[in-house]
Design a protein around this ligand. Structure first.
Ligand code: FAD
Length: 471
């Protein structure tokens, strides 16, 4: 358990003060993380505003048939589209698990009632959540944050006490009628970063691909299968997107060759029909061939990169205090706070391989209570030594830097409960962890995990508890 030992340390230093302070807080982004942050900050009495660059809430769940103007998303000048949803997408987690802690994601009459619903249902749920909590009035749409920097203290140095820190935020406002955005600067006591991490595609290097004559695309820009009719497609990556898209493309394509670093028994994709499984690509050749590391090769029309995404905070200017390298955002205490800035700068939603919405809400509760002074962070040096211990543990366990924010096995449940405990809140209901693992096991064994499951008893327990909560 990665967080063991820190509990005692934090409690000792964490004397809860009764005094509640109201802070002026900016939340960047109105996706699920930004909505969770806005609710918890408002509940705590803070003065909250959310800047959202698009005209909608929901972030990635806003499907659009549009895609980046560069199908590989390399060109920095490309027209960008935030959402990575494809038209057929259904959730990869069951809905009872996905919902926020106190706003159950229950099936509704006249809507998509499936246990693993389509993206539209998730988007509707997020809209229900925002409306129920009256969040729309807190959100300024069409406002893109361009720069976030520390307000210097009078002597030119950044304030040494995090309680005195303030942040200057420059934003571009895209009105309905003005072609050029208007720029505005504003000062906040705290900034909560919720800009998502599924919009900046990550690519792997394929030797020879520059002279390979076929078409390349990242899954961020994949929407529908039609244009892949009768093609020979190489898909790189066998995680969620790679799994779903390869099965969908196999229906229309001539051949689908899926490459994965590892192929466990429980992999979702099986070698069958026109689907072939391979290790990674060794090289792509001028004559249109793609060679795999197992010595096999195929002529291919398309290489589709389902290789994940990069963390990116293009607006954040901490003068080098925070770095983003090889998938690690450093230094971050518990994946949320930069020790030097205390609770005034926070990130919601960075952990990977998690159940996102409940974790976003737990992190947001913690941020809100820290900002109001009801709970306290350990000292900067204690947070830094905790982080060092965490990095040492990752290394000792052979976990790469790239997986710094990935939560394995039970980590996310231990993490959420630890955070909830900091806030004086109830731990997660035990059915959450049980369903997470039963759903995971089912995904590895069933070819149709979204419509065929064996944990009906757990589902019944969860539904009963969620229905009670919603009454
Ligand atoms: P986002 O939803 O990306 O929201 C970020 C928001 O910030 C956006 O609205 C964006 O416009 C805004 N923004 C960004 N930069 C700025 C800026 N500079 N200024 C102002 N606004 C800005 N999760 C699940 O729970 N279940 C699933 O089944 C599931 N499937 C997924 C499938 C795919 C293909 C992908 C990509 C993700 C999936 N996820 C799933 C994970 C999903 O990303 C999270 O559930 C969650 O929606 C992320 O929310 P977020 O608020 O962190 O980010």
């Amino acid at each position: 358990v990665r967080f063991k030992g820190v509990d005692e340390m934090t409690r000792e230093e964490d004397g809860r003060s009764g005094a509640a302070e109201i802070k002026r807080v900016l939340v960047i982004g109105a996706g699920a993380a930004g909505l969770a942050a806005a609710v918890e900050l408002a509940r705590e009495g803070h003065d909250v505003v959310v800047y959202e660059k698009s005209s909608e809430i929901g972030g990635v769940w806003n499907y659009t048939p549009d895609a980046d103007s560069d199908p590989l998303s390399i060109d920095p000048q490309r027209k960008r589209v935030h959402s990575s949803m494809y038209a057929s997408l259904r959730t990869n987690l069951p809905r009872e698990l996905m919902g926020f802690l106190d706003f159950p994601f229950l099936a509704k009459e006249g809507r998509d009632k499936r246990r693993y619903p389509g993206y539209e249902e998730v988007n509707s749920y997020l809209r229900d959540f925002a409306e129920h909590h009256d969040l729309l009035s807190l959100i300024e749409f069409g406002v893109e944050v361009e720069n976030v920097r520390l307000k210097k203290a009078g002597n030119g140095n950044s304030a040494s006490e995090s309680r005195d820190l303030k942040w200057i935020v420059r934003s571009n406002r895209f009105g309905k009628f003005n072609h050029e955005p208007q720029t505005k600067e504003d000062v906040f006591d705290a900034v909560v970063i919720c800009n998502g991490h599924y919009a900046e595609p990550k690519l792997i290097n394929i030797p020879g691909v520059e002279s390979w004559p076929g078409f390349q695309m990242h899954s961020h820009n994949y929407r529908v299968p039609e244009s892949f009719q009768d093609k020979i497609i190489v898909i790189i990556g066998n995680a969620n997107s790679g799994g779903d898209i390869s099965k969908e493309l196999a229906e229309v394509a001539k051949e689908v060759h899926v490459c994965g670093r590892r192929w466990p028994e429980t992999a979702q994709i099986k070698q069958q029909g026109n689907i072939w499984l391979h290790p990674l690509v060794e090289r792509a050749c001028e004559d249109g061939t793609v060679k795999f590391q197992d010595g096999k090769s195929t002529r291919a029309d398309v290489i589709l990169h389902c290789t994940g995404y990069l963390y990116s905070f293009p607006f954040l200017d901490t003068e080098g205090v925070v770095t983003v390298k090889d998938g690690r955002i450093d230094p971050l205490y518990k994946h949320v706070f930069v020790p030097a800035f205390g609770p005034t700068l926070s990130f919601v939603g960075l952990p990977q391989k998690i159940v996102p919405f409940p974790l976003f809400q737990a992190q947001s509760k913690w941020i809100s209570k820290l900002l109001s002074g009801k709970v306290k962070l350990p000292s900067e040096s204690t947070m830094m030594s905790d982080l060092k211990q965490f990095y040492d543990e990752l290394e000792a366990n052979g976990i790469t830097t790239y997986n710094t924010h990935t939560m394995f096995k039970r980590d996310q449940f231990v993490y959420c409960d630890w955070i909830l405990e900091q806030c004086g809140a109830q731990p997660l209901d035990s059915w959450r962890e049980a369903i997470y693992f039963s759903a995971h096991a089912n995904k590895g064994t069933s070819t149709n995990y979204r419509d065929d499951w064996k944990d009906q008893d757990l589902l019944d327990t969860a539904t009963k508890s969620l229905v009670e909560l919603s009454e």
